[in-house]
Design a protein around this ligand. Structure first.
Ligand SMILES: [Zn+2]
Length: 120
């Protein structure tokens, strides 16, 4: 399962952060996922308990924020939201667009159990 290895990579990133901050645990992990990232949020959530077992992230909650798809139009210059499989300009309908966002998966924030401070 692709999402399991994505999840394991995410957790090792979180473990590094926890180590740097000498945290005893993690409360929650916020991840931002674009629809074009190739990562299915539902599968990532399913993989999380398996990937986090025995790690510092074991009792934490995985929160996923979905990013919109944004495109820049090369014809009229507008930046608009677009749909998956339909990357057209929202202003003029032209197909000559450049992807601005929607293909990323980012670790947005980790709330450590030790303090109230969040790492961003
Ligand atoms: Zn346009």
């Amino acid at each position: 399962m692709h999402e399991l290895s994505v999840c394991q990579a995410l957790i090792s990133q979180v473990e590094d952060i926890a180590r740097q901050h000498q945290a005893e645990g993690i409360r929650h992990i916020i991840v931002r996922i674009g629809p074009l990232s190739g990562v299915e949020p539902e599968l990532l959530i399913q993989a999380f308990p398996l990937a986090s077992a025995g790690t510092v992230a074991q009792d934490s909650q995985l929160i996923i924020e979905r990013l919109p798809i944004r495109v820049h139009c090369e014809s009229c210059g507008a930046d608009t939201d677009a749909e998956l499989n339909k990357l057209v300009c929202g202003a003029c309908g032209d197909w000559h667009t450049k992807l601005l966002s929607g293909d990323e998966m980012l670790l947005a924030s980790v709330e450590l159990a030790k303090t109230e401070n969040s790492y961003v």
